[in-house]
Design a protein around this ligand. Sequence first.
Ligand code: PMP
Length: 446
Amino acid sequence: APVQTTSEAPASAALLERASVVIPGGVNSPVRAFRAVGGTPRFMASGSGPWLTDADGKRYVDLICSWGPMILGHAHPDVLAAVTEAAARGFSFGTPSENEVRLAEEIVARVEPVEQVRLVNSGTEATMSAIRLARGFTGRDVVVKFAGCYHGHVDALLASAGSGIATFALPDSAGVPRSSAGETIVLPYNDLPALEAAFAERGHEIAAVITEAAAGNMGVVPPTPEFTDGLRRVTAEHGALLVSDEVMTGFRCSAAGYYGLETAADAGDRRRTTGAPDLFTFGKVMGGGFPTAAFGGRADVMALLAPQGPVYQAGTLSGNPVASAAGLATLQGCTPEVYARLDVVSHAIADAVASELSAASVPHRIQWAGSMFSVFFREGAVSGYDDAKDQDTAAFRRFFHAMLGQGVHLPPSAFESWFVSAAHDDAAVDHVIAALPAAARAAAAP
Ligand code: PMP
C-alpha cells in the first residue's frame, strides 16, 4: 500500500500547511506529525464513540483514544453532561472548589497506597513535581530512570526516553542542561542486577527511582515480578523513594491502574511483603480528555508540599472545575463492565492482528499490560528498549498506511501502545478486523 498522501486528505493537507506557518512542524506534540510513518497527519474535526471524523469527512476507528484518556469513547454523554453542567457554573475561579475535592477523593479511594494527591495540568507536571518532592524529602539530587520509559518532557527525565524521543530516534533532547542530565542515571528496564549495581555505587546520592508501572512508551513492556519486587526492595534499603508513573496505565489497566493488576491475583502476597511505591503519578484517564493530572502517595511525603511544607508547587488552572468534572465523570463511568469490554475488544483486535500477520508471514510479537497492547514487528520477547528498537519499522509504516487508508487510525509510530475504548462496539471491531488482511500483506511486501 502506498503512503497515504495529500491527495487522500486535501483538507488536512491544507490545514497542515496553514499550521506549519504558525506552529513549529504544524503540530503541538511531535508524534502527531507522522514523521515516522510519512504522509499527511489527519486533522480531526469530531469524535463520537469509537469513531473519529477528519477535516475531509473521512471516518476512522480510533485506536489512539487520545493516547489513553478516551476510555469511554469520544463525547460520552455522561461526561459531556458533567462538563456542560460544570462549565455553566464558570470555567475557573483561582480558588478551591468542590469538584477538585471529589476528584481527589475518587483517586485516593481507588489506589490503596495513595493517601493524598495534588492535582496538576499534565503528566509532565506530575512527574516533574514528584521528582522535586522526592528530592526535597530525601535531601538528595540523583534520579534513576529506565531506558525507553517516557515520563513527559521533564529535563531530568528526557534521557533515553520513549514515545516521541524513540519515534524520532533522538538520543536525548537538545536544550537540557548538562547539569540536569548529570543528575540522571539511565538503566535498562527489567534489569535488576543493573539497578543493584547502581545503588551499590551511588545509593546515598539517589533521591528516587521513577519507572512506568508497566512501560507503554517503547511499545508495551510489562515489568517482570522480580523487577517490581527488586525496585521496592533496593530503593527501601537505600532510603530512596520509588515513584510509579501510572500516567498511562492508571485507571486503564484496572480500576486503580497497573498497581491494581499486580495486587490482584497471585501478586497479592508478594505486595504485602514488599510494599507499595511511595509516590504515584496519574494523568490521561483521570482527566477524561481534559488537561488534568495528579501526583500523590504517602501522606508524610506529601506533607512537604507548600503550603504545609517547603517544596513549592502551584498552578493557576490546577484542579480546574470543568476538567475535574470531566475526570470524575470518566472515573465514575469506569465500571467493571467497562474493563470487561476493554478486554474483549483489545483481545479481539490483537488476536486478529496476530493471525493475519502470521498468515502473511510477517514477524511480530504482541505484548500486554491489562488491555493495553502493542505490536512489535519482530520475533521474540521484548524486555527493554534495545529489544524494542530492534524491529522492522518499515513494515510497521506500510501496515499503518494500509490501515489508515481503510479507515483505521493506529498510533503513527511502532513505539506506542494501541488504545481501545468501551465504546468500541462490534461494528467498530469488525471494521478493524476487515482491514487487517490487506494491511498484513502490505507489511509483508515492500
Ligand atoms: N508519563 C507517562 C507514562 C506517559 O505516558 C506520559 C504521556 N504519554 C507522560 C508521563 C506525560 O504526560 P503529558 O503528555 O500529559 O505531559
